[in-house]
Design a protein around this ligand. Structure first.
Ligand SMILES: [Mg+2]
Length: 470
Protein backbone atom coordinates (compact mmCIF):
# COMPACT_ATOMS: atom_id res chain seq x y z
CA UNK A 1 0.00 0.00 0.00
CA UNK A 2 1.47 3.37 -0.94
CA UNK A 3 1.61 5.85 1.87
CA UNK A 4 -0.16 9.21 1.81
CA UNK A 5 0.82 12.46 3.50
CA UNK A 6 -1.93 12.98 6.06
CA UNK A 7 -1.09 16.07 8.08
CA UNK A 8 1.60 18.37 9.43
CA UNK A 9 2.39 20.42 12.51
CA UNK A 10 4.16 23.76 12.77
CA UNK A 11 5.93 25.22 15.81
CA UNK A 12 7.14 28.76 16.52
CA UNK A 13 10.22 28.15 18.70
CA UNK A 14 12.23 31.04 20.13
CA UNK A 15 15.39 30.81 22.22
CA UNK A 16 16.25 33.80 24.45
CA UNK A 17 19.73 34.42 23.01
CA UNK A 18 19.29 38.21 23.21
CA UNK A 19 19.97 37.91 26.96
CA UNK A 20 23.60 36.89 26.35
CA UNK A 21 24.47 38.85 23.21
CA UNK A 22 24.90 35.67 21.13
CA UNK A 23 24.41 36.44 17.47
CA UNK A 24 24.84 40.21 17.80
CA UNK A 25 26.23 42.12 14.84
CA UNK A 26 26.05 45.57 13.31
CA UNK A 27 22.49 45.07 12.07
CA UNK A 28 20.99 42.51 14.42
CA UNK A 29 21.41 43.81 17.93
CA UNK A 30 18.99 41.65 19.91
CA UNK A 31 18.43 38.31 18.17
CA UNK A 32 16.38 35.60 19.78
CA UNK A 33 17.55 32.68 17.65
CA UNK A 34 14.35 31.03 16.45
CA UNK A 35 13.02 28.24 14.35
CA UNK A 36 9.88 28.06 12.23
CA UNK A 37 9.60 24.31 12.48
CA UNK A 38 7.45 21.81 10.61
CA UNK A 39 6.87 18.08 10.88
CA UNK A 40 5.11 16.19 8.08
CA UNK A 41 3.39 12.83 8.69
CA UNK A 42 2.15 9.97 6.51
CA UNK A 43 -0.26 7.10 7.12
CA UNK A 44 0.59 3.43 6.64
CA UNK A 45 1.73 0.46 8.79
CA UNK A 46 5.23 1.91 8.73
CA UNK A 47 4.51 5.63 8.58
CA UNK A 48 7.12 8.16 7.51
CA UNK A 49 7.91 11.42 9.23
CA UNK A 50 9.94 14.41 8.05
CA UNK A 51 11.23 17.38 10.07
CA UNK A 52 12.25 20.72 8.63
CA UNK A 53 12.74 24.28 9.76
CA UNK A 54 13.82 27.67 8.62
CA UNK A 55 15.86 30.02 10.77
CA UNK A 56 14.46 33.30 12.09
CA UNK A 57 15.55 35.64 14.88
CA UNK A 58 12.43 36.22 16.97
CA UNK A 59 9.45 38.39 16.05
CA UNK A 60 7.86 37.28 12.80
CA UNK A 61 8.41 33.56 13.33
CA UNK A 62 4.62 33.22 13.68
CA UNK A 63 4.20 34.79 10.23
CA UNK A 64 6.63 32.26 8.73
CA UNK A 65 4.74 29.42 10.43
CA UNK A 66 1.51 30.59 8.75
CA UNK A 67 3.27 30.59 5.38
CA UNK A 68 4.65 27.10 6.07
CA UNK A 69 1.11 25.88 6.80
CA UNK A 70 -0.18 27.38 3.54
CA UNK A 71 2.51 25.55 1.53
CA UNK A 72 2.51 22.26 3.48
CA UNK A 73 -1.22 22.06 2.91
CA UNK A 74 -0.46 21.46 -0.77
CA UNK A 75 1.23 18.16 0.15
CA UNK A 76 -1.66 16.63 2.11
CA UNK A 77 -3.14 13.68 0.23
CA UNK A 78 -0.06 13.10 -1.95
CA UNK A 79 2.13 9.99 -2.19
CA UNK A 80 5.58 10.82 -0.76
CA UNK A 81 7.39 8.26 -2.96
CA UNK A 82 5.99 10.02 -6.00
CA UNK A 83 7.38 13.34 -4.69
CA UNK A 84 10.80 11.79 -3.96
CA UNK A 85 11.15 10.44 -7.50
CA UNK A 86 11.74 13.94 -8.88
CA UNK A 87 12.50 16.46 -6.14
CA UNK A 88 13.18 19.16 -8.75
CA UNK A 89 9.59 18.82 -9.95
CA UNK A 90 8.40 18.69 -6.32
CA UNK A 91 10.22 21.97 -5.66
CA UNK A 92 8.37 23.57 -8.60
CA UNK A 93 5.06 22.19 -7.33
CA UNK A 94 5.53 23.58 -3.80
CA UNK A 95 6.45 27.05 -5.10
CA UNK A 96 3.85 27.18 -7.85
CA UNK A 97 0.57 27.87 -6.05
CA UNK A 98 -0.90 30.42 -8.40
CA UNK A 99 -2.20 32.65 -5.59
CA UNK A 100 0.58 32.28 -2.97
CA UNK A 101 3.08 33.04 -5.74
CA UNK A 102 2.00 36.68 -5.62
CA UNK A 103 3.51 37.13 -2.15
CA UNK A 104 6.91 36.03 -3.53
CA UNK A 105 7.74 34.73 -5.96
CA UNK A 106 10.70 32.83 -4.51
CA UNK A 107 11.72 35.50 -2.03
CA UNK A 108 10.96 36.68 1.49
CA UNK A 109 8.66 34.93 3.96
CA UNK A 110 7.00 32.61 1.46
CA UNK A 111 10.38 31.40 0.19
CA UNK A 112 11.96 30.67 3.57
CA UNK A 113 8.72 28.87 4.42
CA UNK A 114 9.19 26.81 1.25
CA UNK A 115 12.71 26.09 2.57
CA UNK A 116 11.26 24.55 5.74
CA UNK A 117 8.73 22.45 3.80
CA UNK A 118 11.20 21.24 1.16
CA UNK A 119 13.76 20.37 3.81
CA UNK A 120 11.14 18.39 5.77
CA UNK A 121 10.45 16.36 2.62
CA UNK A 122 14.17 15.79 2.06
CA UNK A 123 14.47 14.66 5.70
CA UNK A 124 11.59 12.23 5.15
CA UNK A 125 13.21 10.98 1.90
CA UNK A 126 16.55 10.31 3.64
CA UNK A 127 14.87 8.54 6.56
CA UNK A 128 12.83 6.43 4.14
CA UNK A 129 16.12 5.28 2.58
CA UNK A 130 17.75 4.86 6.04
CA UNK A 131 20.61 7.19 5.12
CA UNK A 132 21.81 10.54 6.39
CA UNK A 133 20.80 13.20 3.86
CA UNK A 134 24.30 13.72 2.39
CA UNK A 135 24.64 9.99 1.72
CA UNK A 136 21.24 9.85 0.01
CA UNK A 137 22.38 12.58 -2.39
CA UNK A 138 25.94 11.41 -3.11
CA UNK A 139 24.66 7.89 -3.84
CA UNK A 140 22.38 9.27 -6.57
CA UNK A 141 23.41 8.76 -10.18
CA UNK A 142 24.12 11.97 -12.10
CA UNK A 143 20.69 11.59 -13.75
CA UNK A 144 18.93 11.21 -10.39
CA UNK A 145 20.82 14.18 -8.97
CA UNK A 146 19.83 16.50 -11.83
CA UNK A 147 16.22 15.35 -11.41
CA UNK A 148 16.50 16.55 -7.81
CA UNK A 149 17.82 19.98 -8.88
CA UNK A 150 15.91 23.12 -9.90
CA UNK A 151 16.86 24.50 -13.33
CA UNK A 152 14.05 26.98 -13.96
CA UNK A 153 15.46 30.49 -14.60
CA UNK A 154 19.13 29.43 -14.60
CA UNK A 155 19.47 27.62 -17.95
CA UNK A 156 21.11 30.65 -19.57
CA UNK A 157 24.09 29.75 -17.37
CA UNK A 158 23.59 26.08 -16.49
CA UNK A 159 21.46 23.53 -18.32
CA UNK A 160 20.53 20.05 -17.22
CA UNK A 161 23.01 18.74 -19.82
CA UNK A 162 25.83 20.98 -18.46
CA UNK A 163 25.12 19.70 -14.96
CA UNK A 164 25.09 16.08 -16.11
CA UNK A 165 28.50 16.53 -17.74
CA UNK A 166 29.91 18.14 -14.57
CA UNK A 167 28.54 15.37 -12.33
CA UNK A 168 29.74 12.59 -14.64
CA UNK A 169 33.24 14.07 -14.60
CA UNK A 170 33.23 13.75 -10.79
CA UNK A 171 31.77 10.21 -10.66
CA UNK A 172 35.00 8.25 -10.61
CA UNK A 173 36.48 10.05 -7.58
CA UNK A 174 33.38 9.92 -5.38
CA UNK A 175 34.26 6.81 -3.35
CA UNK A 176 37.74 8.09 -2.62
CA UNK A 177 36.51 11.52 -1.54
CA UNK A 178 33.87 9.92 0.67
CA UNK A 179 36.58 7.90 2.44
CA UNK A 180 38.73 11.04 2.89
CA UNK A 181 35.98 13.19 4.39
CA UNK A 182 34.79 10.41 6.69
CA UNK A 183 38.33 10.06 8.03
CA UNK A 184 39.37 13.72 8.19
CA UNK A 185 36.11 15.54 8.83
CA UNK A 186 35.19 18.76 6.98
CA UNK A 187 37.14 22.01 7.63
CA UNK A 188 35.32 24.54 9.84
CA UNK A 189 35.66 28.12 10.95
CA UNK A 190 34.34 29.67 14.12
CA UNK A 191 32.13 32.73 14.50
CA UNK A 192 31.05 32.51 18.10
CA UNK A 193 34.17 34.27 19.47
CA UNK A 194 33.54 37.51 17.62
CA UNK A 195 29.95 38.68 18.15
CA UNK A 196 29.69 42.43 18.46
CA UNK A 197 27.92 42.40 21.82
CA UNK A 198 30.77 40.58 23.60
CA UNK A 199 33.28 42.38 25.85
CA UNK A 200 37.02 42.34 24.99
CA UNK A 201 37.60 39.92 27.87
CA UNK A 202 35.00 37.52 26.54
CA UNK A 203 36.43 37.79 22.99
CA UNK A 204 39.93 37.08 24.36
CA UNK A 205 38.80 34.04 26.32
CA UNK A 206 36.69 32.60 23.49
CA UNK A 207 39.41 33.19 20.87
CA UNK A 208 42.02 31.42 23.00
CA UNK A 209 39.60 28.53 23.52
CA UNK A 210 38.93 28.35 19.77
CA UNK A 211 42.64 28.24 18.90
CA UNK A 212 43.17 25.52 21.51
CA UNK A 213 40.25 23.57 20.02
CA UNK A 214 42.10 23.39 16.69
CA UNK A 215 40.35 26.12 14.67
CA UNK A 216 42.47 28.22 12.32
CA UNK A 217 39.82 30.35 10.55
CA UNK A 218 38.06 32.96 12.74
CA UNK A 219 35.30 35.45 11.95
CA UNK A 220 34.61 38.73 13.65
CA UNK A 221 31.64 41.09 13.34
CA UNK A 222 32.41 44.68 12.31
CA UNK A 223 30.65 47.82 11.18
CA UNK A 224 29.47 50.07 13.99
CA UNK A 225 32.68 51.71 15.22
CA UNK A 226 35.93 51.67 13.24
CA UNK A 227 38.22 52.33 16.20
CA UNK A 228 36.58 49.54 18.18
CA UNK A 229 36.72 47.14 15.22
CA UNK A 230 40.42 47.86 14.77
CA UNK A 231 41.06 47.29 18.47
CA UNK A 232 39.12 44.01 18.52
CA UNK A 233 40.70 42.91 15.24
CA UNK A 234 44.20 43.49 16.60
CA UNK A 235 43.22 41.70 19.80
CA UNK A 236 42.03 38.64 17.88
CA UNK A 237 45.09 38.76 15.60
CA UNK A 238 47.40 38.97 18.64
CA UNK A 239 45.99 35.64 19.84
CA UNK A 240 45.55 33.69 16.61
CA UNK A 241 48.98 34.72 15.27
CA UNK A 242 50.81 33.78 18.48
CA UNK A 243 52.21 30.21 18.51
CA UNK A 244 51.98 29.97 22.32
CA UNK A 245 48.18 29.55 22.10
CA UNK A 246 48.24 26.71 19.56
CA UNK A 247 47.07 23.28 20.76
CA UNK A 248 49.82 21.22 22.36
CA UNK A 249 52.10 19.60 19.82
CA UNK A 250 50.85 21.79 16.96
CA UNK A 251 53.15 24.13 15.09
CA UNK A 252 50.34 25.79 13.19
CA UNK A 253 50.20 25.74 9.42
CA UNK A 254 52.42 27.05 6.72
CA UNK A 255 50.78 30.30 5.57
CA UNK A 256 52.06 29.62 2.06
CA UNK A 257 50.40 26.20 1.75
CA UNK A 258 47.98 25.88 -1.18
CA UNK A 259 44.86 25.78 0.99
CA UNK A 260 45.78 29.14 2.55
CA UNK A 261 46.85 30.94 -0.64
CA UNK A 262 45.18 34.31 -1.03
CA UNK A 263 43.64 34.24 2.45
CA UNK A 264 45.97 36.72 4.20
CA UNK A 265 47.03 34.01 6.65
CA UNK A 266 49.24 35.12 9.54
CA UNK A 267 52.52 33.49 10.67
CA UNK A 268 50.79 30.49 12.31
CA UNK A 269 48.54 30.02 9.29
CA UNK A 270 45.56 31.67 10.99
CA UNK A 271 42.91 33.34 8.83
CA UNK A 272 40.63 36.21 9.92
CA UNK A 273 37.35 37.06 8.23
CA UNK A 274 35.09 40.05 8.90
CA UNK A 275 31.32 40.36 8.58
CA UNK A 276 29.34 43.63 8.37
CA UNK A 277 25.83 42.17 7.99
CA UNK A 278 24.77 44.65 5.25
CA UNK A 279 25.34 47.81 7.25
CA UNK A 280 27.06 50.00 4.64
CA UNK A 281 26.35 51.80 1.36
CA UNK A 282 28.82 50.88 -1.38
CA UNK A 283 31.35 53.77 -1.06
CA UNK A 284 31.22 53.53 2.73
CA UNK A 285 31.95 49.79 2.58
CA UNK A 286 35.00 50.36 0.42
CA UNK A 287 36.44 53.06 2.69
CA UNK A 288 35.69 51.24 5.94
CA UNK A 289 37.25 47.96 4.80
CA UNK A 290 40.33 49.75 3.43
CA UNK A 291 40.70 51.24 6.92
CA UNK A 292 40.64 47.70 8.36
CA UNK A 293 43.26 46.40 5.91
CA UNK A 294 45.94 46.27 8.60
CA UNK A 295 44.17 43.40 10.40
CA UNK A 296 44.46 41.48 7.12
CA UNK A 297 41.05 39.98 6.57
CA UNK A 298 40.57 37.24 3.94
CA UNK A 299 37.16 38.66 3.04
CA UNK A 300 34.46 41.10 4.00
CA UNK A 301 31.13 39.35 4.33
CA UNK A 302 27.84 41.09 3.46
CA UNK A 303 29.34 44.58 3.01
CA UNK A 304 26.07 46.02 1.65
CA UNK A 305 22.46 45.23 0.74
CA UNK A 306 22.08 41.57 -0.22
CA UNK A 307 20.13 42.43 -3.38
CA UNK A 308 22.81 44.78 -4.71
CA UNK A 309 24.65 42.46 -7.06
CA UNK A 310 26.53 45.17 -8.97
CA UNK A 311 27.34 46.97 -5.71
CA UNK A 312 29.11 43.81 -4.51
CA UNK A 313 31.01 43.71 -7.80
CA UNK A 314 32.12 47.34 -7.32
CA UNK A 315 33.29 46.65 -3.76
CA UNK A 316 35.17 43.54 -4.90
CA UNK A 317 37.02 45.46 -7.62
CA UNK A 318 37.94 48.26 -5.20
CA UNK A 319 39.27 45.92 -2.51
CA UNK A 320 41.19 43.62 -4.82
CA UNK A 321 44.41 45.72 -4.69
CA UNK A 322 44.30 45.32 -0.88
CA UNK A 323 44.10 41.52 -1.14
CA UNK A 324 40.66 41.47 0.50
CA UNK A 325 37.85 39.45 -1.03
CA UNK A 326 34.04 39.67 -0.87
CA UNK A 327 31.68 37.01 0.45
CA UNK A 328 27.91 36.94 0.58
CA UNK A 329 24.85 34.74 0.31
CA UNK A 330 23.14 34.22 3.66
CA UNK A 331 20.47 36.72 2.57
CA UNK A 332 20.51 35.92 -1.15
CA UNK A 333 16.90 35.11 -1.94
CA UNK A 334 17.26 32.42 -4.52
CA UNK A 335 19.37 30.70 -7.19
CA UNK A 336 18.84 33.59 -9.62
CA UNK A 337 20.59 36.03 -7.27
CA UNK A 338 23.53 33.63 -6.92
CA UNK A 339 23.63 33.20 -10.69
CA UNK A 340 23.98 36.95 -11.12
CA UNK A 341 26.54 37.35 -8.29
CA UNK A 342 28.65 34.78 -10.13
CA UNK A 343 28.04 36.23 -13.60
CA UNK A 344 29.01 39.70 -12.35
CA UNK A 345 32.27 38.47 -10.72
CA UNK A 346 30.90 39.96 -7.50
CA UNK A 347 32.05 37.34 -4.97
CA UNK A 348 35.12 35.32 -3.98
CA UNK A 349 33.15 33.08 -1.61
CA UNK A 350 29.58 31.80 -2.03
CA UNK A 351 27.75 31.56 1.28
CA UNK A 352 24.66 29.49 0.67
CA UNK A 353 22.04 29.29 3.39
CA UNK A 354 20.35 25.92 3.90
CA UNK A 355 16.90 27.37 4.55
CA UNK A 356 16.81 30.81 2.95
CA UNK A 357 17.27 28.97 -0.31
CA UNK A 358 14.13 26.85 -0.49
CA UNK A 359 15.70 23.56 0.51
CA UNK A 360 18.16 21.01 -0.85
CA UNK A 361 16.93 21.15 -4.48
CA UNK A 362 17.67 24.85 -4.82
CA UNK A 363 20.96 24.45 -2.91
CA UNK A 364 22.00 21.86 -5.50
CA UNK A 365 21.39 24.45 -8.26
CA UNK A 366 23.69 26.92 -6.52
CA UNK A 367 26.38 24.34 -5.72
CA UNK A 368 26.48 23.44 -9.42
CA UNK A 369 26.60 27.12 -10.48
CA UNK A 370 29.43 27.88 -8.03
CA UNK A 371 31.38 24.83 -9.21
CA UNK A 372 30.98 25.96 -12.80
CA UNK A 373 32.53 29.33 -11.89
CA UNK A 374 35.17 27.75 -9.63
CA UNK A 375 33.98 29.83 -6.65
CA UNK A 376 34.40 28.38 -3.15
CA UNK A 377 31.24 27.47 -1.25
CA UNK A 378 31.44 28.22 2.47
CA UNK A 379 27.88 27.89 3.81
CA UNK A 380 26.32 30.22 6.36
CA UNK A 381 25.59 28.59 9.71
CA UNK A 382 25.38 31.26 12.43
CA UNK A 383 21.96 30.45 13.86
CA UNK A 384 19.97 27.64 15.41
CA UNK A 385 19.92 24.38 13.44
CA UNK A 386 22.02 25.73 10.58
CA UNK A 387 25.21 23.86 11.54
CA UNK A 388 23.16 20.66 11.74
CA UNK A 389 21.91 21.24 8.18
CA UNK A 390 24.97 22.57 6.39
CA UNK A 391 27.47 19.84 7.16
CA UNK A 392 25.34 17.66 4.86
CA UNK A 393 25.51 20.28 2.07
CA UNK A 394 29.28 20.78 2.26
CA UNK A 395 29.85 17.04 2.15
CA UNK A 396 27.62 16.78 -0.94
CA UNK A 397 29.56 19.65 -2.54
CA UNK A 398 32.90 17.93 -1.91
CA UNK A 399 32.00 14.37 -2.83
CA UNK A 400 29.65 14.85 -5.78
CA UNK A 401 29.90 18.40 -7.13
CA UNK A 402 33.02 20.57 -6.73
CA UNK A 403 35.42 17.87 -5.55
CA UNK A 404 37.26 20.49 -3.49
CA UNK A 405 37.43 20.76 0.29
CA UNK A 406 40.71 21.93 1.81
CA UNK A 407 40.30 25.59 0.79
CA UNK A 408 36.66 25.59 1.89
CA UNK A 409 35.57 26.25 5.43
CA UNK A 410 32.16 25.67 6.90
CA UNK A 411 30.86 28.08 9.54
CA UNK A 412 30.49 26.76 13.07
CA UNK A 413 28.77 28.60 15.90
CA UNK A 414 28.69 26.93 19.28
CA UNK A 415 25.10 27.58 20.29
CA UNK A 416 21.93 25.58 20.95
CA UNK A 417 23.08 22.23 19.51
CA UNK A 418 21.74 20.50 22.64
CA UNK A 419 18.17 20.95 21.38
CA UNK A 420 18.67 18.51 18.49
CA UNK A 421 18.48 14.71 18.58
CA UNK A 422 21.50 14.46 16.27
CA UNK A 423 23.66 17.50 17.07
CA UNK A 424 26.65 18.32 14.89
CA UNK A 425 30.12 17.93 16.41
CA UNK A 426 33.69 19.08 15.83
CA UNK A 427 36.79 16.88 16.05
CA UNK A 428 40.05 17.73 17.87
CA UNK A 429 41.43 19.43 14.75
CA UNK A 430 38.57 21.91 14.44
CA UNK A 431 36.76 20.01 11.67
CA UNK A 432 33.15 18.86 11.48
CA UNK A 433 32.49 15.17 12.05
CA UNK A 434 30.33 13.62 9.34
CA UNK A 435 26.75 12.61 10.29
CA UNK A 436 26.54 8.82 10.18
CA UNK A 437 23.32 7.70 11.85
CA UNK A 438 20.99 6.11 9.26
CA UNK A 439 18.01 7.38 11.26
CA UNK A 440 19.04 11.04 11.38
CA UNK A 441 17.89 12.15 7.93
CA UNK A 442 18.77 15.84 7.63
CA UNK A 443 19.77 16.01 11.38
CA UNK A 444 17.19 18.68 12.14
CA UNK A 445 14.79 16.86 14.47
CA UNK A 446 14.39 18.81 17.69
CA UNK A 447 13.81 17.28 21.12
CA UNK A 448 10.11 17.34 22.02
CA UNK A 449 11.06 18.77 25.40
CA UNK A 450 12.88 21.71 23.77
CA UNK A 451 9.79 22.47 21.69
CA UNK A 452 7.57 22.30 24.80
CA UNK A 453 9.91 24.61 26.65
CA UNK A 454 10.64 27.27 24.03
CA UNK A 455 7.47 27.35 21.91
CA UNK A 456 6.25 30.94 21.63
CA UNK A 457 4.25 32.29 23.42
CA UNK A 458 3.09 29.47 25.69
CA UNK A 459 6.13 27.20 26.16
CA UNK A 460 7.19 26.71 29.77
CA UNK A 461 10.25 28.97 29.48
CA UNK A 462 8.24 31.91 28.15
CA UNK A 463 5.29 31.55 30.56
CA UNK A 464 7.67 31.33 33.53
CA UNK A 465 9.62 34.33 32.31
CA UNK A 466 6.43 36.39 31.96
CA UNK A 467 5.18 35.38 35.39
CA UNK A 468 8.52 36.37 36.94
CA UNK A 469 8.12 39.80 35.37
CA UNK A 470 11.27 39.73 33.15
MG1 LIG B 1 27.11 36.67 8.22
Amino acid sequence: MPRTITHFETHDIRFPTSLTGDGTDAMNTDCDYSSAYVTIFTDGDDPLVGHGMTFTIGRGTDIVCQAIAALANRLVGLDPEELFRNMGKTYDYISADSQLRWIGPEKGVIHIAAGAVNNALWDMFARAQAKPLWKLVVDMTPEELVDATVFRYITDELTREDALAMLRAKESGKKEREAVVLKEGYPAYITSAGWLGYSDDKVTRLTKEAVAAGFNHFKMKVGTDLASDLRRGKLVRSIIDDPQFLPQGSEGRNPNSPELQGKNAGPTGAVLMIDANQVWDVPQAIQYVKDLAEIKPWFIEEPTAPDDILGHATIRRALKPYGIGVATGEHAHNRMVFKQLLQADAIDVCQIDSCRLAGVSEVLSVLLLAAKFGVLVCPHAGGVGLCEYVIHLSVIDYIAISGSMERNVLEYADHLHEHFLYPCSINSRGRYNIPLNPAEGYSIEMHKQSIAQYEWPNGSYWTERRSSGN
